[in-house]
Design a protein around this ligand. Structure first.
Ligand code: PGA
Length: 264
């Protein structure tokens, strides 16, 4: 049985005040949830205030990106070593917005993944095809390339708690999520590809999140797919109530109605 994992990718949103408020509301609302791993990804300058709020709670905090190098003259870079020193334990690697806006190609993503692992961060490797690639029936080829380039240099034992996030680019921020059939088919492909490359034990244990326009309304059906082990949530993670509902949709331990104690 794989434990569900729900990530909240806040992207480039928030101030210290709004981040502390959201973090506080989530801590209140999710304090009684033990059925899923929860990881928040605030913008880099807000990692510390959010991490501080989550101290001694079961909610984890991670970086949206890390630099391929551990330190050095890389103005504006976010180092995995720095992130780990804040007490953060996770990092997104290869998010499609990094790939399309910041030039993160497969090679750079692979180096970032290796650097995150070397610093003791658990990576969430994001993969996914564009609409054009899906229409040309190249989805599986694209996913194979993205997975192999990042993972083939590692033994399964070195991958720690690595999570894969399948995020079709055409579903991110569009309000149009993939269908449950598309999601299950693609997650099944990812799992069998990883099983072939890294072994049965790894393939059956690795957690695969779906991301792309996940909402409290579509989360229950998406999360019910047998190979979906959680969600990476963008827009809906900026609202404490929406994100909390998504977490509880993933958690076998559902809350009493009174468990929500945060702001509306
Ligand atoms: P979205 O973003 O939920 O707003 O579509 C998901 C993501 O980019 O991780």
């Amino acid at each position: 049985m794989r434990r569900p994992i729900i990530g909240g990718n806040w992207k480039m949103n928030g101030t210290v005040t709004s981040a502390e408020r959201l973090a506080g509301d989530l801590r209140n609302g999710l304090g009684s949830c033990h059925g899923a791993d929860i990881v928040l990804f605030p913008p880099a300058p807000l990692l510390w205030p959010v991490q501080r709020k989550m101290r001694d709670s079961s909610i984890h905090v991670g970086a949206q990106d890390v630099h391929p190098e551990i330190s050095g003259a890389y103005t504006s870079g976010t180092s995995a070593e720095t992130v780990r020193s804040l007490g953060c334990t996770w990092a997104l690697v290869g998010h499609s917005e990094r790939r399309s806006w910041f030039g993160d190609d497969d090679q750079r993503v692979a180096t970032k993944l290796a650097t995150a692992l070397s610093q003791g961060l658990n990576p969430i490797l994001c993969v996914g095809e564009t609409l054009g690639e899906r229409e040309q029936q190249r989805t599986f080829d694209v996913l194979k390339r993205q997975l192999d380039s990042a993972l083939s240099r590692h033994q399964s034992s070195a991958l720690g708690a690595l999570v894969i996030a399948y995020e079709p680019v055409w579903a991110i921020g569009t309000g149009v999520s993939a269908t449950t059939e598309q999601v299950q088919e693609t997650h099944g492909f990812i799992r069998s590809h990883l099983t072939a490359g890294l072994g049965e034990a790894f393939g059956s244990a690795v957690r695969i999140q779906y991301g792309g326009s996940v909402t409290p309304d579509n989360a229950p059906t998406l999360l019910a797919c047998p190979d979906v082990d959680g969600a990476l949530v963008g827009g809906a993670s900026l609202n404490a109530r929406s994100f909390t509902r998504i977490v509880y949709a993933a958690s076998p331990q559902r809350p009493l109605a009174s468990a929500w104690r945060g702001a509306p």
